[in-house]
Design a protein around this ligand. Sequence first.
Ligand code: AMP
Ligand code: MG
Length: 495
Amino acid sequence: MKSIQFTHSYNKLGSAFYSGDKPKSVSNPQLFIFNQELQKELNLHGTVLNFEDGMPYFSGNKLIENSSPLAMAYSGHQFGGFSPQLGDGRAILLGSLFDSSNFEYDLQLKGSGRTSYSRGGDGRSALGPVLREYIVSEAMAKLGVPTTRALAAVTTGDMVAREGMIPGGIITRTSRSFVRVGTFQYFSSRNDLASIKKLADYVIARNFPEIDNDKSKYRSFLREVIKRQAYLISKWMGLGFIHGVMNTDNMSICGETIDYGPCAFMDEFNFNKKFSFIDENGRYAYSNQPHIALWNLTRFAESILSLLSNDQKNAIKIAEDELNVFPELYEKYWLEEMRKKLGFEVSTLQNKEEKKIIDELLNIMAESKADFTQTFYSLSNLKNSQSNGDDTLVRFFTNSKKIENWLADWRLSINKSEYDEDSRIASMKQVNPVVIPRNHQVEKVIRAAEDNNDFEPFFELNTILQSPYKFDQNKVKYMLAPKDSEVVQRTFCGT
Ligand code: AMP
Ligand code: MG
């Protein structure tokens, strides 16, 4: 069997960065899913990390040879309030490796027991959140959104105390780096300038090698982190995705979606939609996500001020100049995404009319509480000239006059373009998915597994989401919005 070639680059940063915690054993682990496709991408085929031999490692009962487990230290603003001492309270970094494209990635267990940073927590994870993270993170990858990935998941055989006793689970996930905004805040709140520099140099070399030789490389670093976040949030917005806990400890520096707690995709369009039951004031509601991203990025910029200039005033000026670009940059990415979704030819210059048509559609969708995913998917199927097919879209709107008028404007606009109908439709279908992991479906999967030890709904939903942009008959039932009785009333944080 091929041995696993860990690099342990994070350990080399020194003990200020982590605590050497190990996974704790569980009583009766069962490996119920293993991501074979990801195994290949990660260059792990031929190693013990496979479906037959992986269980002891994915449960934390046995350590992979050459691994060097640790829990990462970090801080974070949670719902706006700063906690100087967070850190991996239930996750263990086993080490980092190189994938088949020679990119470094981290391998982490989540739910593997208490660490030095667990505070009052049990270090465990309930099965439900493990299933949600597996389903949604893999769906995001297939939808083309930067994300952490899921390699495997086990049930532990032990119960965890939440609202009642619930079966426990552990997910093995990977990331291009688990460093967060909160990791930088950890050192800046301790005024440990040397560690901030060490961390920045580490992340730049690993995740932003293209700027490593820039004259003002820390400024470039800030600029690139801002850019990746602007892009990421535009992707979320284009899919109706609501992260739910955009705390600074849940914002990845390398620009991936991380920590699938109370996240969900919205069904009925609502600018202010939120799912998380703990997000009382809607801080992390759908339309607030770009603003929160900028708020978090501002915390990031503050934490690296010492790298931007020796003169604090000057450093603040640099940070402000970079942060000021975010709204425009985000708008650019968002427009690009929305123009694709509406079938406007992105290679041509956008005209004012298009922005108006996009905004108008969102407004009437909100008014009609139209289903987000089905509206865009149905739109992708419409012809250049008015046809019977229009009904498939119009039925999502309570005010048919308004959507019909809108369709007339939309057609006027697309008919001006050089785009032929087939190319337009094909291009729209690349960004308007047939299926997304709807919250009520995810909830059904969780209920079946947690309550009846039935994993069939999980496997089925996971399979369906492997090709979210391709229509086939098996998907029809997953395309539907929830019936009133199926709407999930409360979505909890992923603990
Ligand atoms: P989250 O909201 O899931 O991003 O978690 C915020 C912080 O709380 C992180 O430091 C987690 O590691 C920690 N945490 C969450 N749940 C638990 C738990 N059950 N046991 C220990 N620590 C936890
Ligand atoms: Mg977190």
